[in-house]
Design a protein around this ligand. Structure first.
Ligand code: ZN
Length: 135
């Protein structure tokens, strides 16, 4: 298993980790398979979306904030209930296919670490699963 460390700078932000996931695949030496990403945090997530135009990630964050505002009538006493909810909505796992040692992503796609309760030092765990056969 490979660990990617992500140091976030803001309370809420999307951090593009595509090149780091690609590096993890390269480090594995496996050419065909799945990089299975797992985020072991309750107030963060992982997603694949457009990383070409940064306003897309900004719009997603703004819409999530509109749906689940930081301040609200939450019962969780720690004060970060909204971050937990956003983590549930985005999810903490993300499989990424790779072929010939390269991530299989669409032209505009990238892999994001999604911070909802930063700034913090975070981890993304990467398990490289070799393809059992060529398909
Ligand atoms: Zn909490």
């Amino acid at each position: 298993m490979i660990t990617i460390e992500v140091v976030t700078q803001k309370r809420q932000e999307f951090v593009d980790i595509t090149s780091r996931v690609q590096a993890a695949v390269g480090e594995s030496g496996v050419s065909e398979g799945i990089a299975y990403l797992y985020c072991p945090h309750t107030t963060a997530g992982i997603c694949i979306n457009e990383n070409y135009d940064p306003t897309v990630a900004e719009d997603v964050l703004n819409k999530l904030e509109e749906l689940v505002p930081v301040s609200g009538a939450y019962r969780h006493a720690e004060g970060n209930a909204a971050a937990h909810i956003k983590s549930c909505l985005i999810g903490v796992t993300q499989p990424v296919l790779f072929s010939s040692g390269k991530l299989v992503l669409g032209t505009w796609q990238g892999v994001f670490f999604c911070e909802f309760d930063g700034p913090r030092r975070r981890r993304v765990l990467v398990r490289i699963i070799p393809a059992a056969q060529t398909a």
